[in-house]
Design a protein around this ligand. Structure first.
Ligand code: QUE
Length: 334
């Protein structure tokens, strides 16, 4: 079975999903989401399929996110129903992966951001190579860390998840294993052997090929991350970053200041709230929030600046965290 941009095949004991939209870094459009959901339903009760393996084509990306360019066009055309349909089906796929009765193995050998995290992190095995590059960068486009990230991020060690979700910080593959977003490190050179062994032996092959990790490159900043991002409010985080007086804190604050001020505030609130929700409830809350977010002027502007025109000079309104009306954010999450 195949769709324009997803190729679903059988290979020995596994069902194999290939994200095949390399020019868009395998970003997920609605047809791809539907094709993945259909493949998972086909294999759910097929006794010959012991596990599902997902990967991306093209050598650069596992999956760069959702088709945010199309979402922006739909939002600008006023087609709120189509925007909502996209996120509803994407998040339903994320829940299907979480609840899937068979092992689900993502092989991540390149960019894995946003929606790419959503089609990997809820599975049982997230294998990354040294080329894996992980991030939840949505505050840069005035979205929110979605696809279940409001559930996942607060469950990472300490305040690491909130730090990743607000700043969009990128992590190399082995760091993603330390953080708990990925589960195993396999060198890129061993991927062909892992693929062959998965088809022959099933998921026991993952542990056979997994290697020990180099040190966590964020280890020197872990204490500062917990100190600063443990504040009760975003202005509190900013005050603590200012008080640190280190290059890391200055750079982190400068990054935070480039993000949509409104998005930093609604993402903070959504991630903190997600700590107390089930994945299903967190996905429902994310869907409700997307209705407000995609109508906010920062969303179209952020996607314009970062994805469409790529000038990386978004003009946010309000343009300072301190100028955002807290009541407006609270109303969006109500
Ligand atoms: C922040 C994001 C996204 C982004 C860039 C950001 C994002 C996303 C894409 C993206 C990348 C390639 C594509 C595409 C979209 O870029 O979520 O359609 O071909 O999906 O700075 O959150």
């Amino acid at each position: 079975m195949s769709d324009a941009s997803v190729v679903a095949t059988r290979d020995g004991r596994i069902g194999h999903i290939l994200l095949d939209r390399p020019k868009a870094l395998n970003a997920l459009d609605l047809a791809m989401i539907r094709a993945m959901q259909a493949a998972l339903e086909d294999w759910r009760d097929d006794p010959a399929v012991h596990a599902v393996v997902i990967e991306g084509t093209g050598g650069r990306a596992f999956c760069a996110g959702g088709d945010i360019r199309a979402i922006r066009s739909l939002a600008q055309a006023g087609d709120a129903a189509a925007v909502e349909a996209f996120f509803r089906e994407e998040y339903a796929l994320n829940a299907t992966i979480d609840e899937y009765p068979k092992p689900y193995v993502a092989l991540i050998d390149g960019i894995c951001m946003g929606g790419g995290i959503g089609v990997s992190v809820h599975g049982q095995f997230r294998v990354t190579t040294e080329a894996g590059l992980f991030a939840m960068p949505e505050t840069a486009i005035a979205m929110l860390p979605d696809v279940g990230a409001t559930f996942m991020l607060p469950r990472l060690p300490g305040q690491l998840g909130l730090y990743l979700g607000l700043t969009g910080a990128r992590m190399q593959g082995t760091d993603a294993v330390h953080a708990g977003i990925a589960t195993h490190f396999v060198p890129q050179a061993d991927l062909p052997a892992l693929r062959a062994d998965l088809a022959r032996d099933g998921v026991a092959a993952v542990a056979v090929h997994a290697r020990t990790l180099p040190p966590f490159s964020l280890a020197p900043h872990r204490a500062a991350i917990d100190r600063c991002f443990g504040a009760d409010t975003v202005p509190g985080i900013i005050a603590r970053l200012e008080a640190e007086g280190t290059d890391w804190a200055r750079e982190t604050l400068a990054t935070l200041r480039t993000m949509s001020p409104s998005a930093v505030l609604w993402s903070f609130a959504a991630v903190r709230r997600g700590a107390g929700l089930s994945l299903r409830a967190a996905l429902a809350a994310e869907l409700a929030l997307t209705r407000h977010v995609t109508r906010h002027p920062d969303f179209a502007e952020g996607v314009r600046a970062m994805v469409v025109e790529k000038d990386r000079q978004p003009r946010w309104s309000p343009d300072r965290i301190e100028a955002v009306e807290p009541g407006a954010i609270a109303a969006m999450l109500a």
